[in-house]
Each structure stands twice: as structure tokens, then as C-alpha cells.
Design a protein around this ligand. Sequence first.
Ligand SMILES: Cc1cc2nc3c(=O)[nH]c(=O)nc-3n(C[C@H](O)[C@H](O)[C@H](O)COP(=O)(O)OP(=O)(O)OC[C@H]3O[C@@H](n4cnc5c(N)ncnc54)[C@H](O)[C@@H]3O)c2cc1C
Ligand SMILES: *[C@@H]1O[C@H](CO)[C@@H](O)[C@H](O)[C@H]1NC(C)=O
Ligand SMILES: *[C@@H]1O[C@H](CO)[C@@H](O)[C@H](O)[C@H]1NC(C)=O
Ligand SMILES: *[C@@H]1O[C@H](CO)[C@@H](O)[C@H](O)[C@H]1NC(C)=O
Ligand SMILES: *[C@@H]1O[C@H](CO)[C@@H](O)[C@H](O)[C@H]1NC(C)=O
Ligand SMILES: *[C@@H]1O[C@H](CO)[C@@H](O)[C@H](O)[C@H]1NC(C)=O
Length: 586
Amino acid sequence: MSTRHLIGLITVIVVAAAIAVGRSSESRLSSQNKCRIIPGDASWPSPNIWQQLNKTVDGKLIATVPIAAACHTTLFGQSNSLFDQDACNALRDNWHFPETHLPSSSSPMAYQFSNNSCNPWLDPHTPCTLGSHVVYNVNATAVSHLHAAVAFARDHNIRLVIRNTGHDYLGKSTGAHSLGVWTHHLKSTDLITAYKGTGYTGAAIRVAAGVESIEAYTFANSHGLVVVGGNCPNVGLAGGYIQGGGHGPLSSRYGLAADQILEAEVITAAGDFITATLDNKHSDLLWALRGGGGGTFALLVSVTIKAYPELRVSSASLAVFNDGTNADAIYDSIGSFIQTTLPSLVDAGAFVVWIAGPFGFMISPAYAPDLTSAELDQLLLPTLQTFKDKGLQYQYSSAESPTFLDRYNELQKTASWNVSDYNLGGRLVSRHVAVNDTENLITAIRYISSRTLMSGVSYNLQKGLSSLDGGAVNPQFREALFGVSIGTAIDYQDWAVTLDGQDQITNEFLPQLAKLMPNGAAYLNEADYQASDFQHLFYGEQYPRLLSTKHKYDPEGLFYAKTAVGSEKWAEMSDGRLCRDPKYWK
Ligand SMILES: Cc1cc2nc3c(=O)[nH]c(=O)nc-3n(C[C@H](O)[C@H](O)[C@H](O)COP(=O)(O)OP(=O)(O)OC[C@H]3O[C@@H](n4cnc5c(N)ncnc54)[C@H](O)[C@@H]3O)c2cc1C
Ligand SMILES: *[C@@H]1O[C@H](CO)[C@@H](O)[C@H](O)[C@H]1NC(C)=O
Ligand SMILES: *[C@@H]1O[C@H](CO)[C@@H](O)[C@H](O)[C@H]1NC(C)=O
Ligand SMILES: *[C@@H]1O[C@H](CO)[C@@H](O)[C@H](O)[C@H]1NC(C)=O
Ligand SMILES: *[C@@H]1O[C@H](CO)[C@@H](O)[C@H](O)[C@H]1NC(C)=O
Ligand SMILES: *[C@@H]1O[C@H](CO)[C@@H](O)[C@H](O)[C@H]1NC(C)=O
């Protein structure tokens, strides 16, 4: 290269840098950068620029077509060649299953967060539009794709959304007018037979961002190991699940998923690839990733988690049906179950999912690592005895398997994971209230469950804690005996009914529990997205420290998700545009 060319090049770089600096100092002031740009804005990238991004990501850029497009004669306001009633019927048959949304780059499992923009159940002449789906998604299969997506969104001032499995109940893995980065196909798993780090020496596995719980379980099992993952097989491991806390069948024995994290590889908003460990200079970031919520601090590339030897696991299921005459007996029995049986079960290492509703009550299932089914039967005996004493008919069964994976897979054969049928809200119930204020608690549970479905995911989250600090998990999570989830039915024919159902959770059902625990908490992954005091409710006393970690690693707020740390600085306008809330605008 000639000197003249070199000088020319340097000039270009200097001028470009000056413009960039000018822009970024201006960005704090200009009204344009007060908001993310949206399609139709003059600065929205041209098709050509999008194709350049597509090249950078090896052709992995996907322009969203909502999965229910086949059910509509028009798409994005034009005649739709994808309209196909047979395909639509097939989609309807499978709509409620996670597996329908999992391979999609855009479909949120929690239907509300599509903004009802492409409803498969309506008349084909209703429109299908983008609504709150991502506009584009980068189907990442390499770390360079993650880098490119982050840089593109940042440099063009476009809303960025991270999608892994799309399970999020609070709509955090979708967003209007956004560019997505989709981690689902990043599937690598590595065994580290003898990890050595601060406070832990032993087996560990490293999972890439797209690995699902069942994939991690299967990989661990192939090495004679188990790891903490979700109760639902295809909930992500290294995404929103683990960063939000993450409970599962082994949590009463080994703690939350977030407690297992030894280190994490991330891409920051600035585009740096860093490894955060418990004791390097990014330990503050690791702390935040261990419970501070997904889609907030950085883009997670992989996590390294503790692994433990395979072990025998037993399980039990129980059901009692409300026949219209036995409700008093059922709720009395639930009371004694919660007050005495449940604490002893979780203290023995069991993880118990119970469901109450107009149908009655069931345990579905209780997992008991390291216990025989006879031992599990023994622990449940007082509850069964109460049913008998009260003349209630019940169905009970238990079984055991030599490994966790066998028992887990066995239970999946009869499990059903409808994910798109319900609005959701949740609240943690402290052991104190469960044990010492049982009567009022049962009054609240009866109020809710005689009107709609609710579940209680029960655990003892103290046991798994090592000498290390507990990460950013809300300390009230550790005090909880169970987390309640409340669902109200989504009405695909009447959107207003769906929205009212969410309001009923917010304004009528959750307050029944809140009044027993006025300073209580909710598990941020299983909570009401409308919660007005989410900072306190989801994050508790950790919030100030989480916010300062957020400011350190993502000062410009590239990572945004509803109810995430720092999200109060932003608001979604009526057209879906994301803007820094004027209240906070300086
Ligand atoms: C059927 C079902 C069963 C469930 N079972 C359990 C359970 O047993 N235990 C439990 O604790 N929870 C459970 N959940 C709740 C679950 O923890 C949340 O849905 C969680 O958000 C799932 O994380 P994900 O990465 O799979 O989902 P996504 O919806 O893809 O992502 C969730 C959030 O994490 C962010 N995120 C995803 N990947 C990354 C990444 N690589 N880097 C940074 N941010 C990322 C997203 O931006 C979003 O904010 C369940 C949910 C459903 C629908
Ligand atoms: C990106 O490129 C691939 C391969 O050329 C192409 O199939 C795909 O449609 C492109 N994506 C977009 C959004 O144009
Ligand atoms: C679950 O999904 C199946 C298949 O779509 C449906 O038939 C069933 O009614 C759903 N169950 C619930 C409880 O919503
Ligand atoms: C969501 O739906 C409402 C009501 O139909 C509409 O006013 C709003 O513009 C929609 N938002 C987006 C982002 O599509
Ligand atoms: C995403 O990429 C994976 C891996 O190449 C591919 O199998 C999958 O079909 C892609 N998904 C979509 C929706 O394009
Ligand atoms: C219940 O109350 C008793 C008596 O005040 C107390 O000793 C016990 O610790 C309480 N139990 C819980 C779980 O809070």
C-alpha cells in the first residue's frame, strides 16, 4: 500500500471515528436516540444493509413469517400464497405443544406476547401481521453470528431480543420491531472430569447457549452424571432458565440451577467476548448472571455447571377429584399436606409439583432423588391417611428407577406441557406462612383454585448452597416452600377476554397471596409481567447491586426485556416502539 493510500485510509478512519464520537455523545441528547428505530424510519437499514448482515452471518438471517401464516389469506397486508387450510389444521392440532414453537425463530410460547397478530384460530380472512414478533432473527450456529447480531443492533440503534427456546412467560424472548439473536442451534456439550476452581473441585459440564434441559441430562447421564435442569425437558438450560434461578427435579438436593454455575462465556454489549468466573475480574458479572435474570447483562454463549454422580430416583403421583360435595374435605387435606407433609418431603430432598383447581388436587409428580419408592410412600403416608380419614377417594402410585434420567424419561411419557393455553402469574410462598399461617393460606388457595388452575412447585433451596455466596438470586427464594403459578385461560376467539384474564391474575388472584406476605417475592421466570413493583418483588434486596452491574456491563441499555433489571428506564409506546421513559430521560 502506498503512503498516499495509507494517509488516505488513516484520514478516513479518523474522520469516521470523529463522527462516531460525535454521534455517541449526541446520542445521550438527541431525541432520535431516545427511541429505538422501527421499520419505516428513515434510518431503518435498507434491504441491502440487511443482506450485508446476512452475508456476515453466513446466510443465517431469517425474515419473520409468523408460524400461523398458513391460516390467513393475507400476510403483511398482501395476498398470502402460504395460505393452506390443511397445514393450518395440522398446526392447530399441535399449537399447544412446546415442540411447535421450539423450531420457530419467532413464535413465543406465551401467546399473548405475539400481540394476537397472527391468530391460527380465527377466520382466515383476519389479517396476519408481525405484531410483537421479531422482524429478523439471526439463526446463530457460530459465535461469530452472535457477535454480528449484537454489533448490528447496537450500531443501528435497533431493539435487540435474545431468543433461546421461546419459553418465557413474561414475553422476554420476543419484541416488536426488533432484531433477534437465536441461540437454539448452539448445541455443544463438553465434559470436564476434574474442574478445579474457587470452592469447587469435581465433575462439571459446559453447555452452549442452545442446550435444552433434556439434552444436558442425556449428556450428563452418558458420563454417569446428573445436573440441575428444568422440569420441562425442552426448557433451555443456559438461557433465561439458569440466569433467572432455575428450579428442577434435583433442586431440593443440589439447589437452583444458578447455584451450579462455575463460569460463563458471554458477549457484552460492547462486543467483547469474556469469560466470567467466580474469582476473576468479571466475578461481579458472574454474580449477576447467577439469578439476576436473562436478556439483561450480556449474551450468554456457554455456562460451565457442576455435575454429580447419577443416583436412584423415585417418584409419586396422587390425585383426588372434587365431586361437588367434598370440597371442604379436600381443602382441609391440602392444608395438612402443606403444613406437615410438604416440609418433610422437601427436607428429604424431594421436589414436588402439585396442582389445584376446580377439578380437585393432584401431585404430578413428586421426584425423590436418592430415596426408594418405599421411603417416598412413607413420607406421603400422613397425607394419604388424611384422605382416608376424611372419606376421600384418591389415586396414588409410586415407582423408582436406578438413574435420574430413567425416572425423568419415564415420567415424560405421560406428561403434557401445554404452553399456549394460559396467562400466567406467580408468587413465592414462604415456609413461615405455609407452616404458621396455614389457615389463611388455604383460604387464599381455595379462593383461587375454585376459580382457575394453580400449581405449587415445592422445594428446599437451602441444601444445595455451598460455602460460596448464593449469587444474585432473590434471598426470599431460599425461604420459600413453594412457588405458586396461577393460570387463566387464553381465549383465542376473544382477545379482550385474554387480557381480562391477565388482569384478573394481577388484580384479583395474586393479591389473595400478597396480603399474607406484603413484602413477599415472586420467581422472576414464573411471575406476572404486569407486576408494578417488579424490582422489589422479583429481585428483592439484590436490585441496587444488580442495577449497578447492569450499568457497568451494559451502560447504554442494549439488552432490554420487560421486567428485566434496568427495564424501568424504557417504555413501549402504543406502536410498539421502545423508548427511554421520558421520566428518566436526561
Ligand atoms: C412449559 C414450561 C416449563 C417450565 N419449567 C420450568 C422449570 O422446571 N423450572 C424453572 O425454573 N422454570 C421453568 N419454566 C420457566 C423458565 O425458566 C422460563 O420460561 C425461562 O425464561 C426459559 O428460558 P429459555 O432460555 O429456555 O427461554 P427463552 O424464552 O428463549 O428466553 C428467556 C429469557 O432469557 C433470555 N435469554 C435466553 N438465552 C439467553 C442467552 N444466551 N443470553 C442471555 N439471555 C438469554 C431471553 O432474552 C429472555 O429474556 C418453564 C416454562 C415453561 C413454559
Ligand atoms: C439470507 O441468505 C440466505 C442464503 O442466501 C437466504 O436463503 C435467506 O433468505 C437470506 N435471508 C434474508 C432475510 O434475506
Ligand atoms: C393440551 O393440548 C391438547 C392438544 O392441543 C388439547 O387437546 C388439550 O385440551 C390441552 N389441554 C389443556 C389442559 O389445555
Ligand atoms: C398490539 O395490538 C394493539 C391492539 O390491536 C395495537 O393497537 C398495537 O399497535 C399492537 N402493537 C404492535 C406492536 O403490533
Ligand atoms: C437454523 O439453522 C439450523 C442449523 O443450520 C437449521 O437446521 C434450521 O433449519 C434453521 N432454522 C430455520 C428456521 O431456518
Ligand atoms: C412457626 O412458629 C413457631 C412459633 O412461633 C416458630 O418457632 C417456628 O420457627 C415457625 N416456623 C416457621 C417455618 O417459620
